[in-house]
Design a protein around this ligand. Structure first.
Ligand SMILES: [Zn+2]
Length: 245
């Protein structure tokens, strides 16, 4: 699925391509039991000292909500990303980076900007690269439809002994933003709109009906999340997310 820019009627179509990870399923059950074992050994039951102070009331990190529908999401937060310096688009890399950070902040899922990517933009390196380029499968020049960006995600799906709250999780997401869209779309607002949409895919969201930012096609460069976008996000991340809706 690709986001495209329509000439004339001016519609965007954004897309995500999901690629299943080829590695083995992770063993979530063992992770959970390890944690439980560790907690038990750290807080042995007092034997004869009723005045033992209560355990520290440190605020635990809220867990992700149950995920019975196996929605794609990151299970380890914060998510990390880096911005490619290679390639050139219609704004500077500094501006591109600023808009990317702003779009992540709008979704409100804990995230870390790791700065400039250290290596090439490739899938399979478990580095989440965001940068300029030409989305694969772009329609030919002169077409009414032009892709604005694409997100390539890789996920791991549990196949045995699965935890009910984490049957699937993302392991990599790379975003390619069209570096030379039609002139009328070469604005910071349209770039931000595309980044906002693609980062929604980066976070695991699929397409939603209009007027959501996550709609597959749009005639304008939407820059604000709608209640539908927020609901889709919260279904995945619950109280770990603080979207600006
Ligand atoms: Zn899309």
């Amino acid at each position: 699925m690709i986001r495209a820019l329509f000439m004339g009627s001016a519609a965007f179509v954004l897309a995500v391509v999901a690629v299943a990870a080829s590695g083995p399923a992770w063993d979530g059950v063992r992770d959970l039991s390890d944690r439980l074992t560790g907690a038990a050994t750290q807080t042995p039951a007092p034997t004869s000292t009723p005045t033992v102070p209560p355990p520290p009331t440190a605020t635990p990190t809220p867990s992700l909500p149950p995920n019975p529908q196996a929605l794609h999401r990151w299970d380890a937060l914060p998510v990390h990303y880096c911005v490619e310096e290679t390639g050139s688009g219609f704004v500077s890399i500094a501006e591109f980076k600023k808009l990317t950070d702003r779009a992540f902040a709008a979704w409100g899922v804990p995230s870390v900007d790791d700065g400039v990517c250290r290596g090439p933009d490739v899938q399979g390196d478990h580095v989440n690269e965001i940068g300029w380029g030409t989305p694969p499968g772009a329609p030919p020049p002169g077409s009414r439809v032009t892709e604005a960006g694409v997100t390539l995600t890789t996920y791991s799906e549990c196949t045995a002994n699965c935890r009910a709250d984490d049957p699937v999780h993302l392991v990599e997401a790379d975003i390619i933003i069209e570096q030379s869209p039609p002139r009328q779309f070469r604005t910071p607002d349209c770039l931000y709109s595309t980044l906002l949409h693609e980062i929604g895919h980066f976070l695991g969201l699929g397409h939603l009906p209009a007027p959501a930012v996550m709609q597959a096609e749009t005639a304008s460069c939407l820059t604000r999340l709608t209640p539908a976008d927020v609901a889709a996000l919260l279904a995945r991340y619950g109280s770990r997310a603080h979207p600006a809706g």
